[in-house]
Design a protein around this ligand. Sequence first.
Ligand code: HEM
Length: 470
Amino acid sequence: MTVTVPPMVSGGLPVIGHLVEMLRNRESLFKRGYAEHGDLFTIKLGPQPVLVITGAEHNRVFYSETDKALNMQEGYAFLKASIGEVLFTASAEAYYNQRPLLQEIFKRERMVGYIEAMNVEVQKWLDALGQSGEMDITAEMLRLTQYVAGRALIGKDFARELGDEFWQEYAAISASLDPVLPPNLPLPKFKRRDRAKVKIAATLKRVIAERKQNPGQYDDLVTILLTTQLKDGTFLPEEQIVTIFMGLLFAGHETTAGQAAWLIALLLQNAEYRALVQTEIREKVAYGVQIDAGVLHGLDHLYWAIDETTRLRPSADTQIRTVTTPTQIGAYEIPAGWRIMVSAATSHMKGDVFANPDQFDPLRYAPERAEGKNPFAIVGFGGGIHKCTGMNFAKNEMAIITARLFQQFDLELLSREIHVVTGNGANHPSAVRVRYQRKPLRELTDAATIREAVAAGCPHMSQHAAAEEN
Ligand code: HEM
């Protein structure tokens, strides 16, 4: 007998299928499917059959057929209602026309400015923590990554230019993301979303007008979007500048915040590996001096920990496509109209690719082991043409946050159990509560440097030197 459709996972309910489980805990749904049927299985979301795939061989088809036999935009239609039609939520034709913008925004030379912005905002956050206290890293990362995005994309006056309400309005849009309900139902959350979109558009239009009135005075995201030619030789209309800005925030904010919080949590849970990272930071990261690209380049152990966090706790744990032309995946020809989802939770746990996959073991990426080298084995940042263009931005940001935090504070993890919270956009950890104690200045740098910096009026060093004297 020829089997034409991949096997169905157990536990589906009449009419709604696996919908509720998908929204509440898709990791356990995908893991059960993998345990029951292996790399290829089907779930049902209402009437919609969805193929869930695991492993580099199938992931490769998913990414390389995107914009050919597989359509990206339909899968993310729910995002369109919140941020608008742009880049990966627009048609493939519009996406390729707008692609020069992504290349300009993320070109290597611009990373220097982004890294500077990260240094400033991370140090401001740490300075504001005082000498000791308790905090929830998950909540702190949500705020800190907003400030980093604001400074990196809008510039040093971002707080004044965006205004106090910007992030509240942004949160209202974020809370409205809903992959299930029709986005125009008259629900309070959708009404709040629509009001927030109007306010955000008005704020960003003021920012755009300021750039237009003073060309040459700014070198920020809005200026890039105003001045970079699209593939067809035209420039982006003003409405779409607002949409791209929002698109970048949505693609980069909760994903980075969730992953950064997991990184810190995993390091706190794994003392042996943390000691390697601490040594690396002590040897390579100078206190009071900017962490630049050269320094970041030398932090191998920290970047392996970032890669291991992406593998073990991916914040973008699934990605979606719609089949437009029947596509061969493994032994099955998947018909048009089906959805396909990549499952990072199971792809990243394959025992034939990763030794002891359940363990946090960043040394698996050291050259002598080099696990998971296949570009489609770890898919936390996607793959192929649409692979995350903000990946280096996010990794550098996580590295600077972690290096500075562990350099300047002793931390004790208070949360006993930390679990994955399934988000509508990105996953994140439950609360990561820590107790922190600032390290004495003399542990971070020598007495002469402290004296010199204080005499020169360095506010950062003066603040901490004064706090220690009291
Ligand atoms: C840890 C943080 C991040 C994670 C886990 C992440 C994950 C991803 C994934 C999985 C995709 C591919 C989606 C798909 O194929 O369906 C993607 C695309 C994208 N990401 Fe990220 N991302 C992160 C940070 C960022 C940041 C900080 C930015 C921008 C500042 C950003 C901008 C983008 C953009 C523009 C795309 C679309 C690329 C395209 O369609 O060509 N991301 N991201």
